[in-house]
Design a protein around this ligand. Structure first.
Ligand SMILES: [Zn+2]
Length: 482
């Protein structure tokens, strides 16, 4: 790339010929993080929600008459839209005000829209280009780290109807007379072989007796409903392993009968299922529950129960700051639609100073957590609180103060500006478990249904209980599972 365009001359490169064809895709899925504005075309490049030419419906022939470099509209790290441009595009100032400019000189950077870091790696390009295959609910059941992959693969082939049964061989053009090798009386189809054949039904009946329920399958997919029931992780492993092994032994018995002329007795098939399932169940790290029905089921496969470890109990106490310092607790909240952030400032006697909450739009919880931290810093500066202790229940936010690469590109300019503010104050950030961060949590949740920034000079009543507990130094408890 040279400026905005791809080069037109020949270069020796193993990847350029491939990349060249995708240049437009890359350009349409990239945005600019504004630095000095020297490389950005204000009207044709994307630096706001969309390109201005689309947002403001500007005719193309008009654009050549307008100053195009973004630096023209920035003065002293602030937006400066000239009056004559403002007359023509009254929305432009509002659009621009939503984009944060860096308050120190940096250069513009082009970022890939679909990654947090903004870099376009080979992996990102692959995920972007690949066709999304439909999600198969049973895929997770089959591919378990506790079951040998060769066994899972056989079941995977059955589920996708790729096993070379007579039925499938016919589809591929091998016209054979078909007979089930196990019962010698029916045509061999996948469903007959694994579900209807007397050999298979004997095994399924045996499994049903262990489950202590009747099993009825309309289609092959139905077997996975057995794994979806509410049960402990170890029972799930045992159930899945039993299903996978059961299907494997039927296929094994069929192949032995067909190609080696050997009959495998159903009793030896059952021993084989128990032995293999026992291996998977015992080696699994998953834990069992205290349910007695699960206990008896697991024991029938000779699997040792893995009881869950007792949770460790951690006492979480909120501490006020020391003399002259202000402490701000921040938090983020998110649901499937929107995300919001909130925070509360308190002094050394744990008195309420200020609270805030705001909606940050369709983002994730981490984005909301970072927004909360930045808003806290900006508000502290406005209030002239120059000794700030920021506390968040996201350890990633605390780490982001040391490692800027953890901050998504959308927040990069504002984050840098906030860091600059903190350099001029006494500042540090710590982590607290969310059990000690309830006030901020309640405020953040309030803003899930609100639109704009709300600042409460007086304490809102909804946090009074949590606030009083903090002030009195009462402890909360966290149960940490191993
Ligand atoms: Zn049969």
């Amino acid at each position: 790339m040279r400026g905005q365009r791809g080069i037109t001359h020949h270069i020796f490169s193993s990847i350029w010929s491939g990349v060249k064809g995708e240049l437009n895709v890359i350009r349409n899925n990239s945005s600019w993080v504004i630095g000095d504005g020297k490389t950005i075309n204000s009207w044709l490049d994307q630096w706001s929600d969309d390109k201005l030419i689309n947002l403001l419906n500007i005719p193309e022939q008009l654009i050549i008459h307008l100053p195009n470099k973004l630096e023209y509209y920035i003065e002293n790290q602030k937006w400066n839209i000239p009056e004559e441009i403002h007359q023509n595009f009254p929305n432009l100032r509002l659009l621009a005000s939503k984009v944060t400019l860096p308050n120190q000189p940096t250069s513009d950077s082009l970022v890939w829209n679909h990654s947090d870091k903004g870099e376009l790696s080979m992996k990102d390009a692959y995920t972007f280009k690949k066709h999304q295959s439909p999600k198969i609910p049973w895929a997770k059941c089959i591919w378990s780290k506790d079951i040998p992959p060769s066994k899972s693969l056989m079941v995977w082939r059955l589920m996708l109807n790729k096993l070379p049964t007579d039925e499938n061989l016919k589809v591929r053009g091998c016209n054979l007379p078909s007979r089930c090798s196990l019962c010698l009386s029916q045509v061999e189809t996948s469903f007959h072989l694994f579900f209807e054949c007397p050999y298979a039904t004997t095994l399924w009946n045996w499994l049903a007796s262990l489950f202590n329920r009747s099993l009825y399958f309309n289609s092959i997919e139905d077997i996975w409903t057995l794994c979806e029931r509410r049960m402990s992780p170890q029972s799930k492993v045992v159930t899945t392993a039993a299903l996978v092994n059961l299907i494997n032994v039927i296929w094994h018995a069929r192949n032995q009968a067909r190609f080696n002329d050997k009959k495998v007795h159903w009793r030896s098939s059952i021993s084989c299922i128990i032995a293999n399932t026992s291996l998977s169940g015992n080696l699994a790290t998953a834990t069992a529950s205290s349910s007695i029905s699960e206990f008896s089921f697991i024991k029938k496969f000779c699997v040792n129960i893995h009881p869950p470890k007792a949770p460790r109990i951690v006492e979480v106490i909120w501490h006020p700051p020391i003399h002259h310092w202000i402490k701000c607790n921040t938090d983020g909240a998110s649901n499937s639609v929107t995300a919001s952030s909130g925070g509360i400032f308190r002094d050394r006697e744990a008195n309420y100073l200020l609270g805030f909450a705001e909606n940050v739009g369709q983002e994730n919880a981490y984005f909301a957590q970072l927004s909360a931290a930045m808003r806290a810093i900006e508000l502290a500066k406005m209030q002239n609180w120059m000794q700030l202790w920021l506390e968040s229940d996201s350890s990633l936010v605390v780490k982001a103060f040391k490692n800027h690469a953890l901050v998504p590109w959308k927040l990069r300019n504002r984050w840098r500006n906030c860091l600059r503010i903190t350099h001029n104050m006494q500042f540090f950030a710590t982590h607290i478990y969310r059990e000690g961060n309830q006030c901020a949590d309640i405020l953040a949740n309030l803003a899930l249904n609100n639109d704009s920034l709300t600042v409460w000079p007086q304490m809102p009543s909804c946090i009074s209980t949590a606030f009083a507990r903090n002030k009195l130094g009462m402890s909360n408890f966290r149960f940490v599972n191993y």
